[in-house]
Design a protein around this ligand. Structure first.
Ligand code: KIV
Length: 287
């Protein structure tokens, strides 16, 4: 599924002309982007086919999100997603994305018990998938987990604001960090995530000014989803971005209408099969 151009150890293509050679995106590129102001792009991916397309499109980071539960497994929340669900998905994405930095979500129940559990899950992901980083939800309450994983040489991306694994505690999909007290709590969480060693932090469904403060003050990049334009980068769930579903969250834009295009293709296919016009001679074999 990956681009057919061979790549060297650092992901640079051997036989592509120099101007089209692309290097693998690594954590130091995140720091560099923060410094230079170059915006960071991130999309979710859950399989080899979409990962190869997004890698070829030049997306910097691919997130094997636990949103796989909602988007691919038909759950209404991310809570049922397991480590065993994530591993084949992460392996497929990492194997098909020679350039993007692949980040894997630690699913609910795989890190909350403490640093030892978190490190065990992160190590499994690194050994068994080929991903380059992990992401986990939570601020001060997860600082020890972030520190333990980071100390083992595994890059961690934090996730604050609306954290879908806590949706029942948060009262559903609600903007977080509204009001002075909530904004201060979010800020304390952001600092804790940074001080614990995270390489970046996702801010989900937070007011623009709260995201802007984090972006302007933190040393690590902020990656927004429903956090407005004043972040260092942006992440979207790819099925929202590509218009695969009828409903789209307010913060996401449909950059295509793939759901409708796929439905039309399937209808056309079915009607040609029913009419006996497919397969025709051009799609058949002679003796
Ligand atoms: O799982 C996911 O897709 C995520 C994004 C919403 C950031 O965590």
């Amino acid at each position: 599924m990956a681009t057919s151009t061979p790549t060297s150890g650092d992901g640079a293509a051997h036989d592509a002309p120099a101007e089209t050679r692309r290097r693998r995106y690594r954590v130091h590129h995140l720091a560099r982007a923060k410094e230079s102001g170059e915006r960071i792009t991130m999309l979710t991916a859950y399989d080899a086919m979409s990962a190869a397309i997004f890698d070829a499109a030049g997306i910097d980071l691919l997130l094997v999100g636990d949103s796989i539960g909602n988007t691919m497994h038909g759950h209404t929340t991310t809570l049922p997603v397991t480590v065993d669900d994530m591993i084949p998905a992460a392996r497929a994405v990492a194997g098909a994305a020679p350039h993007s930095l692949v980040v894997v979500d630690l699913p609910f129940g795989s890190y909350e018990a403490g640093p030892e559990q978190a490190l065990g899950t992160a190590v499994r992901f690194m050994k068994e998938t080929g991903a380059a980083a992990v992401k986990l939800e939570g601020g001060r309450r997860c600082a020890a987990q972030i520190r333990a994983i980071t100390d083992a040489g595994i890059p961690v991306v934090g996730h604050l604001g609306f954290t879908p694994q806590s949706e029942h505690a948060l009262g559903g999909h609600r903007v977080q960090g509204r009001g002075d007290e909530a904004a201060e709590a979010l800020w304390a969480d952001a600092l804790a995530v940074q001080e614990a060693g995270a390489v970046a932090v996702v801010l989900e469904m937070v007011p623009v000014d709260v995201a802007a403060r984090a972006t302007e003050t933190l040393r690590i990049p902020t990656i927004g989803i429903g956090a407005g334009p004043r972040t260092d980068g942006q992440v979207l769930v790819w099925t929202d971005m590509a218009g695969m579903t009828e409903w789209t969250p307010r913060f996401a834009r449909r950059f295509a209408e793939l759901g409708a295009a796929l439905r039309e293709a399937a209808q056309e296919y079915a009607s040609e099969v029913r009419a006996g016009t497919f397969p025709d001679a051009a799609h058949s074999f002679e003796r």
